[in-house]
Design a protein around this ligand. Sequence first.
Ligand code: NCD
Length: 429
Amino acid sequence: MTCSLTSRRAVCDKVGMSSPTVSQDDRDLAQYAALLDRPVRAKVNEFQRGERLRHVIFSGQFSPPLLESLAETADMIRLLSKSRQGQDFLINLLPHKRAMLYFTQPSTRTFLSFMSACQILGITCNEVRDPSTSSETKGETRFDSIRMFSSYFDLIIMRSPIARLAESCAYLMNQVERSGQRAVPIVNAGSGADEHPTQALLDIYTLQRTFNFENPQNAQHSRLDELRKSQGYVDLTKGLSGKTYGFCGDIGRGRTVRSLAMLLAQIPNVQLVFVAPQLPKLMMRDDLRERLRDRGVTFYEVDSFEAEVDGQPVIERIDALYMTRVQKEHDTPADTASYAGIDFTRYCLSPELVKRMRSYAPILHPFPRDQHFGEIPPEIDADPRAMYFRQARNGMWIRAALLAHIFDADNQIQREFRHEFHERHRYVE
Ligand code: NCD
């Protein structure tokens, strides 16, 4: 494919690269422009192999049945991991596989939980976190790096500040495979301001578990009945559907919000409420707005928890709240100037606000939280609705389930689990 310099620049802008000089890296990305610009629906088949995901690039790849099956596998891994025998079984599942964690953007949870997930299943890990220690300083392109990794490893898990780089690498792998050479799956662990599909996966797994309303102490005693009868939530149902999900903070630059919103858009009868300052950088981007409209999702954009939805203040109306930090590292001086006059405390939780939330409504946050901004003050951590630490641990189990799915090891997990426990969890009735 040939491309003029100006069109390459336009493409580079689109894929999130701001440099005005066009490098080989830019040209590599530009050659996939036509593929990148297609609607999600047109792409999903290329990232599948039969029934299984081959590459994990955006959250729209997780269909509701796949979400349910991954959650079941994650629950099984979680329970099997409680015994030494179960741990031994899991660690012997994939010891012949090697994973490269190629993380050139800061990460704590995503990196460590992927690494732990690999370790649970016996997958050996290696990492490149700082491109200054790799041959990229000698002028190697990112695509050459990826091809090299695919020579040594069986899976590449990658995080990059460049939007759509992971998707382009998946196309590269498909191309390489078609020419009869070695290619491996690509898992997107965060791509610029674009997508973070596995974060959305752990977020939704946390919501699935919460809205299952199981009482871990006493399986006979249904929390849902109690909430309906004694607490007056008469219409409350099990499962993700029919609920109102609130998102607060940096909606514009938060890739976790984008990925989770698109995932929730597949669930019937959900409403989404986005609470953000009325500044274009922090508000929802047009492409997400259009995608939600295309899917027929009801959503509201408001600038405060006190705004009303269905005749109630947002903070009292929502069934779950997803907090985010304001991503100041992406600010330009013009952004900083535009913040004058905005009262950012309106985008921070307080114990008083939490008291007004529904008694079952979980508070999620992808973390890190910003101690200086204070979107979730630590006083809230002891509240039973504060889900963020459990949410992070859920990331390890669901990522292990995803790896088991990619490497076709989930059936073995199911067999072992049935043999051990003779029971199954269901999320959707
Ligand atoms: C987020 C990310 O990197 O997108 N964190 C994460 O992966 N858990 C959110 C953030 O940095 O604010």
